[in-house]
Design a protein around this ligand. Structure first.
Ligand code: PEP
Length: 262
């Protein structure tokens, strides 16, 4: 296996930013890019509160076909502007093979969503861009299946892979998915890839995001990715799980304390 051996890998992102190697990377931003003002304001706020990378979907994989599907190419343009204005590299999802080229022109990290974790044609195409890849765990995938997906990327010649645990489907429905925290120390033991945790998509409720981020830090995750919005009630996508910029600041502070063992 390409995963089992070697030193823990460090995934270079842009400039002096990387994921893994003992640092703790904080990725934050809206679930979906909604408009210029929303994105620009949030990007500045999350940067000022300590985010390392900006997240935001221009192409959204929504369960319902009637839900907001994202701004597409316009959203990509807004991501580029927000990145240039703040200096934050961008993590954004690519939904299909046809979209790889356009998304790769803007993204510093290409996100493979939970619903595409086993879209092997997409994995291959994304790997060939040479950009770092954030590989979400499919919510119906075992750890072994998730790591096999990572191996598709490595086998296509792209070793810059960051795993992302984002909750799996279990019998428990009090939270949206069940954050499989065991997967964090496990994949760090059986692979050399960095792993980040997305507490927002895992639990689906804003009040649990900070405690789950703290737990991720305690479990040895290489970072977290969180949804932030200044007006969650008006959010066009997953408002229930969005925390405010101020709450995000508190989350960064608390995970920092956990990491320092305070
Ligand atoms: C996301 O991070 O925007 C997202 C859609 O997450 P997931 O693929 O984990 O559902």
């Amino acid at each position: 296996s390409l995963l089992a051996t070697g030193e823990p890998s460090v995934v270079p992102v842009a400039g002096d930013r990387s994921v893994g190697g003992g640092g703790f990377t904080v990725i934050a931003g809206p679930c979906a890019v909604e408009d210029e003002t929303q994105l620009m304001t949030l990007a500045r706020e999350v940067r000022d509160h300590g985010a390392d990378l900006l997240r935001g979907g221009a192409f959204k994989p929504r369960t319902s076909p009637y839900a907001f599907q994202g701004l597409g190419g316009e959203g990509l343009r807004m991501l580029r502007e927000a990145s240039e204005a703040t200096g934050l590299p961008v993590v954004t999802e690519v939904l299909d093979v046809a979209g790889v080229e356009a998304v790769a022109e803007v993204a510093h990290v290409l996100q493979i969503g939970a619903r595409n974790g086993q879209n092997f044609a997409l994995l291959r195409e994304v790997a060939l861009t040479g950009l770092p890849v954030l590989l979400k765990r499919g919510f119906g995938c075992t750890v072994e299946e998730w790591l096999h997906s990572a191996e598709y990327l490595l086998m296509a010649g792209n070793g810059h892979v960051v795993l992302c645990e984002r909750g799996i489907r279990t019998f428990e429905n009090a939270t949206r998915f069940t954050l499989d925290i065991s997967a964090v120390p496990l994949v760090k033991r059986i692979s050399h890839l960095p792993v980040v945790v997305d507490p927002s998509h895992a639990c689906g409720r804003s009040d649990l995001v900070e405690p789950l981020a703290a737990v991720a830090a305690a479990a040895g995750a290489d970072g977290v990715m969180v949804d932030v919005h200044h007006d969650a009630d008006a959010a066009r996508c997953d408002g229930k799980q969005a925390i405010t910029p101020e709450e995000f600041g508190a989350l960064v502070h608390r995970t920092g304390r956990v990491l320092r063992g305070l």
